[in-house]
Design a protein around this ligand. Sequence first.
Ligand code: AMP
Length: 450
Amino acid sequence: MTDVTFESLGVAEPILRALAAENYTIPTPIQAKAIPALLAGRDLLGIAQTGTGKTAAFGIPLLQKLSIGHVPPQPKQAKALILAPTRELAVQIEESLRTYGRFLNLKMTVILGGVNQNTQIRNMSKGVDILVATPGRLLDLVQQKQVRLDAVNTFIVDEADRMLDMGFIRDVRKLVAFIPKQRQSMLFSATMPEDIARLVHEMMNQPERIEVAPQGKTADRVVQKLFFVPMAQKRQLLSELLKDAAMNRVIVFTRTKHGANRVAEHLARTGVVAEAIHGNKSQNARQRALDLFKTGKARVLVATDIAARGIDVDNISHVVNFELPNEPESYVHRIGRTARAGGEGIAISFCDSSERAYLRDIEKLTRMKIEPVAHDLPELTAEQKAQAEEPRRPHGHNRGGKPGGGHKPHGGGGHRGDVAADPHAPKKRNGSRSHWNRTRDSSARRAGGA
Ligand code: AMP
């Protein structure tokens, strides 16, 4: 594995140049396995999530395939279609593909819900090589005959389990019906619930199966800190911690959209530039918040789990779990926002008395005990105590239900305490990632396509 280079995998020169400019020296494990299989024309099932380098794993062979003997696309057509569950992920995929394909002359565009469709129709009028889309809006435009999928020869579904969680699988199936059967297909998913397995069976032809499970590994590389702190003091503690200038690019997670807004407002009041990102915001507002954060104009991004899924921002110094997630898998996703691509990061969790059960679930899943750190905040005032003892509103604490910012990676119904059945459980880790992790110098790496 140590001798594997992008060149040895068969990647062509203009793409090699783009990768070198991004400081991608060693292919990640999923890239090392996927690139040759895809260049050979195989279908691919990738059990992997964001952070493994999967975008380049499918993006590089795709760009290469489209650039060989390139014929310009026909009006309204796309030669390759990539479906993503969230608008942020779709934008990010396109940005990454532009980065890896910057020395190629390929046309790409994004189709997303939540924004005016006219620009998207215009962008498709002359056709594109690569179309990245969220399923709902794309289906809409296909039905309006503004987009044609009859020339798609490469079809990629990213974060399929998230599609399922968000109720997009029917739209995906409908879209598949518009795509020619003769094609190369790829599907990526962090977990493999039954519905996804069925979709794989329907849409793929003897796929090469590649599994990389870095989640537990990610947790190993993140320094995890825990504060036991009443809800009433969490904002104060956050402000105290933010006095440390080392916290220069911070994602704060809340369970609910409302919570995200409240924390962002609190920070703004205390002079910290913070942006909130969640599902209630318009696409433009979300993108603006993300851009401000990526460019360092906002020091803090306050996010819910769903909104943060797939967000790829490099060099995040700290992740703060302002509220613990009620799904332990979300904890691993959250802290994986720091320590990207082999770097190291710090995750700080606030846990109040009502969240102890969530903490136990997290420790069970990660098979790690998080040692609490003492804080020196003053004792609660009588008023704060009374507030802390008020019964909590149910929405963030409904373990069986679906709170605003939560998610359910297993397609519902699964028993969450069952670590053995969980695809993120450490026992399923595959050790092949370590060479990449160990040899990477995170500070040397630039924002790849992000
Ligand atoms: P992804 O899983 O595609 O979201 O990628 C996760 C992060 O890893 C992104 O920031 C990429 O820019 C970065 N990345 C992907 N492949 C490599 C590589 N071979 N070397 C260094 N960084 C990479």
